[in-house]
Design a protein around this ligand. Structure first.
Ligand SMILES: *Cc1c(COP(=O)(O)O)cnc(C)c1O
Length: 223
């Protein structure tokens, strides 16, 4: 598990370096460890080195881990996978955040299944920034109406957007585009403060394009 310790140290160093070169002020970047397929032992190791937010892609696997790790009271769980409507209830009951709302039905069901005794669920709308038919997320032309819908849900707290820019292409275009959408939504909705962009492969491009939440799998858990 030594590699997890070193990976986390290196990741934090790298983020600090990117911030130092590109910004004159200090900005906080939230690290979400993408822990799909990782054991609870590995997650516990990451916790012991200061990671306390985790992102899971599969509902059943995620809920099992959340239950197993209940004793860690301050862990924040994000759902970051493709969400089917029949699984929304489990996500609403067990996760703190859902980053992958791509249509009204999902927002409606998460809202419906979030209990009044729970805190509001933090949610992001996933935008299909590269406009690929096989990628997840709401189409760019529909993002404004979906935002409006999410914002009306009393048990959801609309925090911003999530996107996965395409790997091979003129990257610049996608990042500029998503940054502008983020600013547009921030202007309109007081609760919007989160741009979840960036994985192990595009840390720098995301951070210089205003991402303040990154989802890192391989660069935390791999050897
Ligand atoms: C797996 C995953 C990540 C992390 O990707 P890595 O390349 O392992 O850093 C980020 N976001 C989502 C939605 C993922 O499924």
């Amino acid at each position: 598990m030594k590699n997890i310790e070193n990976n986390i140290k290196n990741l934090k160093k790298k983020i600090q370096k990117i911030l130092k070169i590109n910004f004159s002020y200090s900005k906080i970047i939230k690290i979400i460890a993408a822990s799909k397929n990782q054991s609870t032992e590995k997650i516990q190791t990451a916790i012991s080195y200061g990671i306390y937010e985790f992102g899971e892609n599969y509902v059943k696997e995620g809920v099992e881990k959340i239950k197993k790790l209940k004793k860690y009271k301050n862990i924040i769980w994000h759902f970051i996978g493709k969400l089917q409507s029949k699984k929304t209830k489990l996500v609403a009951q067990h996760f703190d955040w859902c980053q992958t709302i791509d249509r009204e039905k999902i927002a409606f069901l998460l809202n419906k299944n979030r209990k009044n005794t729970q805190l509001r669920m933090n949610v992001l709308m996933q935008i299909n920034i590269s406009q690929e038919t096989n990628k997840n997320g709401v189409d760019i032309k529909n993002y404004k109406s979906l935002a409006q819908f999410i914002n009306q849900m009393p048990n959801l707290n609309f925090r911003g957007i999530m996107a996965m820019p395409k790997k091979h292409r003129t990257k610049y275009y996608d990042y500029e585009n998503i940054k502008n959408i983020f600013y547009t939504l921030k202007d309109k909705y007081d609760s919007v403060d989160t741009l979840s962009l960036g994985t192990s492969f595009d840390l720098k491009e995301s951070i210089i394009n205003e991402s303040n939440m990154i989802r890192i799998g391989k660069k935390i858990f791999n050897n």
